[in-house]
Design a protein. Structure first.
Length: 154
């Protein structure tokens, strides 16, 4: 039986989409199961266009650990994620939240991309991020709740 916890909205980080897509990834089975279980429970899953761009950036270039993905396959995968998840807008409220986070939290350089993901969540009244990089987001706790799909029992 579904519980309220099953319906807790979850924002998926780029690495979750990648691990759930690439069969050669050691994390594939665990992360794919996590996502599929939440989809079957009708848990609201969210992503942003930033996540989709990062997914395309990583999977469209050579990676030593997996085969090159044909362009048409990658387009199909991107569209599948767009259908499975709700896409949050990166709007003025996200920028305002990002600037507030910058004023109150220590991050710089490439960490701005992670902070923008957090700003996207917060500006859309979400607080739970599913990521394999929990360490990168720890600075935003306790307001941000983190779930590592590799370590979570479904």
């Amino acid at each position: 039986m579904a519980t309220m916890a099953d319906k807790q909205p979850l924002f998926l980080d780029t690495n979750v989409l990648i691990y759930a897509s690439i069969k050669q990834a050691p994390e594939y089975q665990t992360v794919r199961s996590f996502v599929e279980n939440h989809l079957s429970r009708k848990t609201p899953l969210f992503i942003s266009r930033q996540v989709l761009r990062e997914y395309l950036s990583v999977l469209s270039r050579f990676q030593p650990n997996f085969d090159i993905i044909p362009k048409q396959t990658l387009i199909l995968w991107l569209n599948a994620w767009r259908q499975r998840c709700q896409i949050l807008d990166d709007n003025a409220a996200v920028m305002d939240t990002l600037l507030n986070l910058y004023a109150t939290t220590s991050f710089a350089g490439k960490q701005v991309h992670d902070a923008n993901i957090v700003a996207t969540l917060f500006s859309h009244d979400l607080d739970t991020l599913v990521t394999a990089n929990t360490r990168d987001f720890a600075r935003f706790k306790p307001r941000l709740k983190l779930i590592d799909p590799r370590q979570t029992e479904i």
